[in-house]
Design a protein around this ligand. Structure first.
Ligand code: NDP
Length: 325
């Protein structure tokens, strides 16, 4: 038996219940992992609430790192004792998780378990946003919302590494400090200031090449208004709630701009693409070029509090559940 968090009915953070489950043997193509750390991500709250429906009951969590305990039939390249991390595989909020081997990333020596669990989902997201959704060119000015969040702090750093001038938005002075430390050139407290107006001022009236918007409902209109002509709005999340339907004519009026709603799975489903993105991220972590901030550590039984903190806007960087603490 091993401990896990289970959701038997969708709802608020209180539906995250600690239970004992049998750790099943890994099936063909699968790995059984002793989980050292599980990443908490915003998508876990959408699964928990039912906004993104999953079959009940389920163990939440898409991300983690740990040690391979057993390998299923037909698995090549992994053996018991290997250290792995993963993004976008189910059931991470547990002492033991079964994941598809094709989702497993080898953790380089020198990267500890917590960092390995903190990088994949938010790191791969930040990576595809700056390389593929709107590939940042040297000298671009871009706007990153929630710049002190999990994806946000990584996005700021990866955008700077590609030569961008980065404007970040945050809600508090403490978060402003973190966004600046990550490299943001300008930081707007969007709870106090009209960020679209301020962005126009900071760009000489021109607007930004791209807005990376994981906040959604409360920022969408301002994000459109912050773009330069033919700029790109990468709407990648809805931390403040979903964006209502949009009349395409608004994209014309905003300056022939591009609106896209990308998702991670479509950027890592080819093994070579996953290996490329993960390789660049782990290299950047190992070389010190990318700093990963762990903003909160919780025991498995505290998953509820982790979700409350995340949705209550009280967190920065990455949140981890530590099933063995
Ligand atoms: P964050 O750590 O960024 O937490 C969310 C942040 O959003 C908060 O800290 C807060 O920052 C900001 N925010 C603004 N308004 C609200 C609100 N009303 N309620 C709560 N938070 C608010 O979370 P993640 O890094 O895990 O995820 C960020 C976004 O990226 C999410 O929308 C998530 O769904 C999305 N995402 C999308 C992926 C994709 O491929 N499409 C993959 C991964 C994540 P502040 O206080 O500074 O305003």
């Amino acid at each position: 038996m091993s401990k896990a968090i289970q959701v038997s009915e969708t709802g608020g953070p209180e539906v995250l219940q600690l239970v004992e489950l049998d750790a099943p043997p890994p099936g063909p193509g699968q790995l059984l992992i002793d989980v050292a750390a599980a990443g908490v991500n915003y998508i876990d709250t959408y699964h928990r609430s039912g906004a993104y429906p999953l079959e009940l009951p389920f163990v939440p969590g898409r991300e983690g790192a740990g040690t391979v305990r057993a390998v299923g039939e037909g698995v090549d390249g992994f053996a018991p004792g290997d250290r792995v991390a993963w993004a976008d595989a189910a059931g991470g909020y547990a002492e033991a998780a079964v994941i598809p081997a094709h989702a497993a990333l080898r953790v380089p020596d020198g990267v500890d378990d917590e960092t390995a669990a903190a990088v994949p989902l938010q790191g791969l997201t930040a990576h595809y946003l700056v390389t593929s959704t709107y590939p940042i060119a040297e000298g671009d000015t871009v706007l990153v919302h929630a710049a002190a969040g999990g994806v946000g702090l990584l996005l700021v750093q990866l955008a700077k590494a590609r030569g961008a001038r980065v404007i970040g938005t945050v809600s508090t002075v403490d978060k402003e400090k973190l966004a600046r430390e990550a490299g943001a050139d300008e930081v707007i407290r969007y709870t106090e200031v009209d960020f679209a107006e301020r962005t126009r001022e900071l760009t000489g009236g021109r607007g930004v090449a791209a807005v990376y918007d994981g906040v959604g409902a409360t920022t969408f209109d301002g994000s459109l208004a912050s773009l330069r002509k033919r700029g790109t709005l990468a709407l990648f999340g809805a931390a403040s709630g979903p964006v209502p339907p949009v009349d395409p004519q608004r994209l014309n009026k905003a300056g022939s701009v591009f609106l896209t709603r990308p998702t991670l799975a479509h950027h890592i489903d080819e093994p070579a693409e996953l290996a490329w993105r993960a390789g660049e991220l782990f290299d950047a972590v190992t070389s010190g070029a990318l700093t990963v901030r762990i903003g909160g550590r919780y025991q498995l039984a505290e998953a509820r509090r982790a979700h409350e903190d995340l949705q209550g806007r009280r967190t920065t960087g990455k949140l981890l559940l530590l099933p063995r603490s």
